[in-house]
Design a protein. Structure first.
Length: 236
């Protein structure tokens, strides 16, 4: 399970508990610069994300269901050509779904990305630059349907996000995902990746099946049981 921007493996905790109870083995590593990882900002890239994911996949003998949330969709897409033999299937959860050569920031700048409350509220500082978001803006953009308790915990757990992975294009080098099923969990009330942008990415890149949840950007926290049931069904 691969987290998105500002997050770490912690964001999957409640969902991991439910999946473990269903008999699944769950790994939720921190990406470089995320969670408790202390990789220098200057070394945080999509390739560094891909390397971390492939290292985690290599630990197990059995190929995994690779799940990416939000920016994690960029990371798992970048990783797939590098360790395809370790991936049984992929699930994008309210995630960016890039094609070769597309960057996260480029996707948000499409007309369908209008209304993205993450990009609208970023505060960028430093050299190399990192982004933060005010707590109130984070609540509205990301955790709108979460309980007050979960939202407060998540906001307190967030860490600054290195900017470079937002601007770096995915490089697939001709890889076409043949033989790797890809599914998508569409979040209809998402204010971070607006539903029109989710639809456009699905129209161009495709995923099957597409499962819809009537919730915000973090169904692992706002609709934990429903998402656990979906992922359980999607597991090979």
């Amino acid at each position: 399970m691969v987290h998105g921007a500002f997050a770490g493996g912690w964001v999957w905790g409640p969902l991991a508990d439910e999946l473990s109870a269903k008999g699944h083995t769950v790994e939720a590593p921190d990406l470089p610069g995320g969670g408790q990882d202390r990789t220098p900002v200057s070394e945080v890239t999509l390739d560094a994300y891909a390397k971390r994911i492939c290292e985690a996949l290599a630990v197990r003998d059995e190929p995994a269901v690779l799940v990416g949330h939000s920016m994690g969709g960029m990371a798992i897409t970048q990783a797939a050509p590098r360790c395809a033999d370790r991936i049984a299937s992929m699930v994008y959860v309210a995630a960016f779904l890039p094609q070769d050569g597309q960057s996260l920031i480029g996707l948000t700048e499409l007309p369908e990305g209008e209304g993205d409350q993450v990009q609208a509220n970023l505060v960028v500082t430093g050299d190399p630059p990192v982004a933060t978001m005010p707590a109130e803006a984070s609540r509205a953009a990301t955790y709108e349907h979460c309980s007050d308790e979960l939202a407060a915990w998540a906001i307190a757990s967030r860490t600054p996000q290195p900017i470079f992975p937002f601007t770096e294009p995915v490089a697939l080098e001709g890889f076409d995902f043949a033989g790797i099923p890809r599914a998508y969990v569409f979040c209809a009330k998402d204010r971070a990746i607006p539903p029109p942008l989710q639809r456009r990415m699905l129209e161009t890149a495709g995923c099957e099946p597409v499962v819809e949840l009537d919730t915000d950007h973090v169904p692992q926290l706002s609709r934990t049981t429903e998402l656990a049931e979906i992922l359980d069904r999607l597991a090979p």
